[in-house]
Ligand binder design. Structure first.
Ligand code: NAD
Length: 487
């Protein structure tokens, strides 16, 4: 079946009518697979603001019930939604299933969280006073998502936003609009089961970046959670700041792995294959720089080259494929810009851009290695001292993910210490990609500084209120200030 036939079947199954100006193309063969209607940002923001007034007063555990129902919908639809991810984003089916599983996981997490939106009690310096902190719903949340995680990023944000009391407006990538349409059908199913959620609580606004920009500028949006390139974040961040809105930026990465002399080289090589070549190098956490100790560089690089040469590249719908296509011609051009005629094209489905992952050995960390090229290119550098390796890890503009392969506890701890990796994520004996939802996800510097998903990332979706209550009959002032009225 062609991707278009497959997509039509899924659209029919979900009752989605394919029509409108925005065309979706499958990276499998570059052909159109469906159309969607471009949304109206102003209308969506108005509805979200109205929904907020009602939703913020619904008790949080009851809000959690809606997310629980969404999780149920996702469980049932997992295999079919995964198929659409594969058709539209080009990921292999295993990774698409993993993406839907992540949505389910964050729903489960958020349901529990809906009973744990804890504030603090604080010791007051004044007698007969009590201080506490409460967390209140913030307001409508705009979720801008990227093509490479077409639905999980929406779920990470929305599951938390909804239990926190915030309506959600979603501007998905213009490259993956059909995945978003299917998710919205599941949302409708969950809303029906819930019963009395306000109109406009969860909305989808399809469109290109102009639609995203109009939403970003709307003062009714309290939080802009934007996932995508650093260039996008540079445009979005200052605009939100200008109107004193809040933003949560999840931008590009240029992630490294350090391989030490004591490392289990076979384990490292397998992790490198998944992190550098999996998803055709199109993850924000993709391994792009390998910093390997000179004593183990030869055997490790030989093994990595062997794995890269043998990995099956092809139609991501086929069960034995490990690497699918690049998203489009622009991604292919970016890879050529780095590799030139060394780029090896894989013979797969006509019309798609299938490439073999490449290793580029460098003496110094300069030039294109300092940028994020969203393709499977692994730069390899050698080091002598761990300090030098950590310095190389940190010497790029991005600060998303990092990892070290070592069986030496001192090296591992040094890497994770305050003077070690400067990234939001620092792993030991696993690659930099493939995070679980339980941890806060995000990174520093050009990665934008935002954190979403697990841990206490929920706080970004709420406003903090400090309360001081005087239950005495005197009025003592803080800091011992005297402000007495003359008798
Ligand atoms: P992109 O920046 O081209 O687009 C991402 C989204 O932003 C799209 O929905 C797009 O329409 C929107 N957008 C672009 N410019 C905008 C603007 N000026 N105003 C409002 N919206 C705008 O990114 P992409 O090619 O879809 O995705 C790949 C990039 O995303 C890579 O850099 C990757 O590292 C990054 N990414 C980061 C994370 C993370 O969590 N840190 C996750 C996935 C992808």
């Amino acid at each position: 079946m062609t991707p278009a036939d497959d997509a039509q079947q899924l659209l029919d199954l979900f009752g989605v009518h394919s029509a409108g100006k925005l065309v979706s193309y499958s990276p499998i063969n570059g052909a159109p697979i469906g159309r969607v209607t471009v949304g109206d940002p102003d209308h969506a923001c108005g509805r979200a603001a109205e929904a907020f007034v009602k939703w913020r007063s619904v008790p949080a555990p009851r809000r959690g019930e809606l997310v629980r129902l969404l999780g149920e919908q996702l469980r049932q639809a997992k295999p079919v939604l995964a198929k659409m991810i594969t058709l539209e984003a080009g990921k292999i089916l295993q990774e698409s299933l993993g993406e839907v599983q992540e949505m389910i996981d964050i729903c489960d997490f958020a349901v529990g969280l809906s009973r744990q939106l804890y504030g603090l009690t604080i010791a007051s310096e004044r007698p007969n006073h009590r201080m506490m902190e409460q967390w209140h719903p913030l307001g409508p949340v705009l979720v801008i998502s990227a093509f490479n995680f077409p639905v999980a990023v929406w779920a990470w944000n929305s599951a938390l936003a909804l239990v926190c009391g915030d309506p959600v407006v979603w501007k998905p990538s213009e490259k993956t609009p059909l995945c978003a349409e299917l998710v919205m059908q599941l949302v409708r199913g969950a809303l029906r089961g819930f019963g009395d959620a306000p109109e406009g609580l969860i909305q989808l606004v399809q469109g290109e970046r102009d639609v995203g920009a109009a939403l970003v500028d709307d003062p009714r949006i309290a939080l802009v959670s934007a996932t995508g390139s650093t260039a996008m974040g540079r445009a979005v961040g200052p605009r939100v700041a200008q109107r004193f809105g809040r933003s949560l930026l999840e931008l590009g990465g240029n992630n490294a792995a350090i391989v030490c002399p004591s490392a289990d080289l076979e384990l490292a090589a397998r992790a490198i294959l998944f992190s550098a070549a999996g998803t055709a190098g199109q993850r924000c956490t993709t391994l792009r720089r390998l910093i390997v100790h000179e004593s183990v560089a030869e055997p490790l690089l030989a093994r990595v080259r062997q794995l890269f040469a043998s990995v099956k590249i092809g139609d991501p719908r086929a069960p034995d494929t490990l690497i699918g296509p690049l998203i489009d011609q622009a991604a292919f051009d970016a890879m050529i810009e780095v590799l030139g005629d060394k780029l090896e094209r894989a013979d797969a489905v006509p019309g798609g851009f299938y490439v073999r992952p490449a290793v580029v050995e460098l003496k110094d960390q300069e030039g294109s290695v300092l940028r994020e090229t969203f393709a499977p290119i692994l730069y390899a550098l050698r080091y002598r001292e761990l300090e030098e390796a950590i310095a190389l890890n940190n010497a790029v503009p991005h600060g998303l993910s990092s990892s070290i392969f070592t069986n030496d506890v001192r090296e591992a701890e040094r890497f994770m210490s305050a003077s070690g990796s400067d990234c939001g994520i620092a792993n030991v004996n696993i690659g930099p990609s493939g995070a679980e939802i339980g941890g806060a996800f995000g990174g520093e510097k050009d990665t934008g500084g935002g954190r979403e998903s697990g841990s206490d990332a929920w706080r970004a979706y709420m406003r903090r209120q400090t309360n001081t209550v005087n239950y005495g009959s005197e009025l003592p002032l803080a800091q011992g200030i005297r402000f007495d009225i003359a008798p």
